[in-house]
Design a protein around this ligand. Structure first.
Ligand code: ARG
Length: 467
């Protein structure tokens, strides 16, 4: 700054003619955060109203000044909401933009608002309030996504599909069971969100610059007014802590990873080669050159958004890792990362909820695929253990020979004649055919959490009661 005795930036418009040279313009550009922190206007005004009310209650400012301040702040709120507010980059950030406008509106009383606080606790407050609201929104959106999966799982509790490991056909499962796997994943994300809300539920305002204040403030009163459980306990930590933002980003990164895996499955399932699902027109796009194509662009973009979210998490961790206590201006760079990640996460959840609700499931295709690749081989081995008393290792070997024979004949296990099976092991009877179908295979897996329709329905009932 050319002159730090100048108390407001607007005066620099008066003397700036001569001085508006390179460095000052660059200083303003690197310093200003209003371009992005204006998003915090509602939180900033709410915080200021709570602060002014507390100051008056404690006799630190007069009731008359408080009334003027609160009235002025409400006017500013409606100005901003209706788009009639001019943000100024010279005023750096949302806090000074609001305060400068307050001075224009109500005169000298505006100068009393900043008593017993600093922009350091102010920004910590505004940002925490914003992140808390975003977490609450995320919680609701995840509940919507879980509900979409529960409906599809119910509808397809008996629809057989191939289960994969290494993306190779492993054993038949039901599509309902596969859907419920995502319910577990997004359910964990949601409980992480709930924990994060608990962690951040402490009010920073009143920590002031870093050391607290000599004014007789009541931090419990502002905490209550702003909907926090209690005030933070250490003023130094309060102004230098951005864990709540990092926690939001790590939750977003984990949820993004889940969304991206789902996106990848949808991309694979919707190829003509798999043909397990058909995306609705609402969630796919055409090709400008190949008329036959229907592309899963939304799923692909969800997969890509996850990359952005991961980038934001790493960026903020890196911004914070070398900072000495307490506040440093580096911390101003926290907001864009969180805003960008929040937007990406919201879009990704919304797109996935829509896709899951709208997609058409091709059960015939899934069932045919479930039966190919000798997916009931384990069922044959289990039958040999159960009915013929073989040790599992021997049963595995016998089954391997049956698979090899079927392969050489170009047929499924269930299509091998009994004489062929008996030539491999004499104790095999025609009862074995009961377990070689995919339906029988799936129905037999009744272990807790298994793929049998009865178990899938138990899982659905558990989550319905929770959701
Ligand atoms: N715009 C700043 C930020 O986002 C507000 C806090 C500024 N504090 C300060 N001491 N300069 O971090």
């Amino acid at each position: 700054m050319a002159d730090d005795t100048t108390d407001t930036k607007s005066s620099n418009q008066m003397w700036g003619g001569r001085f508006a040279s390179g460095p000052d313009a660059i200083m303003e550009e690197i310093n200003a955060s209003i371009g992005f922190d204006k998003k915090l206007f509602a939180q900033d005004i709410r915080g200021s109203i709570a602060h002014a009310t507390m100051l008056a209650h404690q006799g630190i400012i007069s009731a008359d000044d408080k009334d003027k301040i609160v009235h002025g702040l409400n006017t500013i709120l409606s100005e901003i909401e209706s788009g009639n507010f001019e943000f100024s980059r010279q005023l750096e950030d949302i806090h000074m933009n609001v305060e400068a406008r307050l001075a224009t509106l109500i005169g000298p009383a505006a100068g009393r608002l900043h008593t017993a606080r600093s922009r350091n606790d102010q920004v910590a407050l505004d940002f925490r309030l914003w992140v808390k609201e975003e977490l609450q929104k995320t919680e609701q959106m995840l509940t919507g996504l879980i509900a979409a999966f529960l409906d599809r799982a119910e509808e397809h509790a008996e629809s057989v599909m191939p289960g994969f490991t290494h993306l190779q056909t492993a054993q038949p499962v039901t599509f309902g069971h596969h859907c419920m796997a995502y319910v577990e994943m997004f359910g964990r994300d949601r409980s992480r969100v709930r924990h994060a809300i608990e962690h951040l539920d402490e009010s920073p305002i009143g920590a002031a610059a870093l050391a607290g204040t000599g004014y007789p403030i009541d931090r419990h009163m502002t905490a209550r007014a702003l909907g926090f459980r209690e005030p933070t306990r250490n003023s130094i930590d309060t102004v230098s802590d951005r864990d709540f933002a990092i926690e939001f980003l790590s939750i977003a990164a984990i949820a993004g990873m889940h969304l991206s895996r789902l996106a990848e499955e949808i991309v694979i399932w919707s190829t003509p080669q798999f043909g397990f699902v058909r995306l609705s027109d609402a969630f796919s796009t055409g090709s400008s050159i190949m008329p036959q194509k229907k592309n899963p662009d939304a799923a692909e973009l969800v997969r890509a958004k996850t990359g952005r979210i991961n980038g934001s998490l790493v960026a903020l961790l890196t911004i914070m890792k070398g900072l000495p206590l307490a506040y440093s201006k580096d911390m101003q760079e926290d907001k864009e990362q969180v805003f960008d990640a929040a937007e990406s996460l919201e879009l990704a959840i919304a797109a996935m909820t829509g896709m899951v609700r709208d997609m058409t499931v091709n059960t015939a295709r899934m069932k045919a695929a479930a039966g190919s690749g000798y997916s009931t081989a384990t069922d044959l081995a289990d039958w040999l253990v159960r009915e013929a008393g073989l040790p599992f290792r021997d049963a595995h070997h016998v089954t391997g020979r049956a698979v090899a024979l079927a392969e050489s004949k170009g047929c499924d296990l269930a299509e091998l004649p009994l004489s062929d099976l008996q030539a491999i092991h004499a104790d095999i009877t025609d009862k074995v055919y009961d377990v070689l179908t995919v339906e029988a295979s799936v129905a037999s897996r009744k272990s807790f959490g298994g793929t049998a329709p009865s178990e899938v329905r138990r899982q659905i009932a558990f989550w319905r009661a929770r959701n």
